[in-house]
Design a protein around this ligand. Sequence first.
Ligand code: CO
Length: 244
Amino acid sequence: MIEDLLAANQAWSEAKQKKDPDFFLRLAAQQSPEYLWIGCSDSRVPANDIVGRDPGEMFVHRNVANLCTPSDMNFLSVVQYAVEVLKVRRILVVGHYGCGGVLASLGEPKNGLVDHWLGPVRALAVEYKDELDAIADAHARHDRLVELNVLRQADLLNANPIIVNARKGGHAIGIHGWVYSLKNGLVTDLHAPVPPGATDPGPSPRKVAMDATGAAAPRPQPVLTTPIATPILAKTKGLFGRST
Ligand code: CO
């Protein structure tokens, strides 16, 4: 029932504010995430939850099989905004074992439009055919293609002109290839190769501040002074002649 979702939303909002009264005021005032997460759309891989980050801490882009396809305008827009405006310091490409998108790329194309989207993964499976064919176990073969796909996407990111130009301009960006396990909730770092000349952004400035003071890092002060207590109900005429 859709009402259950709205009730859960209300409870979540109340719980957040009880724990931290300024939480939403602060978020509404600005976002300054250090991370861009590029992950799979799979409902079992919730970006913020997996790494214990609150809203506002990660900019997130998700698509089927976590692809960084250079012709994808959505992906490019997200990366450019994250790098040039938000100045993220690290980009996490996160695949997951048991990825249905990757599995579909190993079989006959029979899923419709998504088979076109998965073309790059299918091409990758052809490129690594010998290595994959040598793996007898079907699950292990699937897992290996998941890893190869993450590493390929990290390579594509490292070669992306947005990243190349940002690094040239002195913006240190770490690009990390991870795989998440649905079976135990743990992430494995694949240690994606770092291109020559790319420097690591170092420890998070927020963590450095926390370590120095032994307390939570200072938070930006909220700009808003009064909370928005009631939702704004739009009374405009919708496309289909009803109020929305
Ligand atoms: Co997936």
